[in-house]
Design a binder for this molecule. Structure first.
Ligand SMILES: [Zn+2]
Length: 111
């Protein structure tokens, strides 16, 4: 019985280590992809500082919403808001596709 428990514990720890490695690598790839992109409007590179600021802004918005609505289960859109450091043009970085897009037009009735 003891060898079976040790084997199960080893498999469990290996799965945890793999999950940690996978998520760390995924987050690093998301940051480096955005950092290597250039602004479609002015051609200025976004850079690592802008990528980190975009990710931090997204996480802060998620935390603020969770604190404001503690009883709601929220499925956040996996989109980082990005502003060009040179011309301030707004964009959205989609984490699932690793693509930069212009923001969706705002509804006029949402005023
Ligand atoms: Zn720009």
């Amino acid at each position: 019985m003891l060898p079976l428990l040790i084997s199960l514990a080893a498999v469990f720890l290996a799965a945890i280590a793999w999950l940690h490695f996978y998520t760390t690598r995924l987050h690093s790839r998301q940051l480096s992809t955005l950092a290597s992109m250039t602004c479609p409007y002015c051609g200025h590179p976004f850079g690592q500082t802008t990528a980190i600021a975009s990710r931090d802004r997204f996480l802060a918005q998620c935390n603020e919403t969770r604190l404001r609505l503690p009883n709601c289960k929220i499925n956040f859109a996996r989109i980082w808001p990005v502003h060009c450091p040179s011309c301030s043009a707004p964009y959205e970085f989609h984490l699932d596709t690793l693509q930069l897009r212009s923001p969706r037009p705002q509804s006029s009735s949402a005023v």
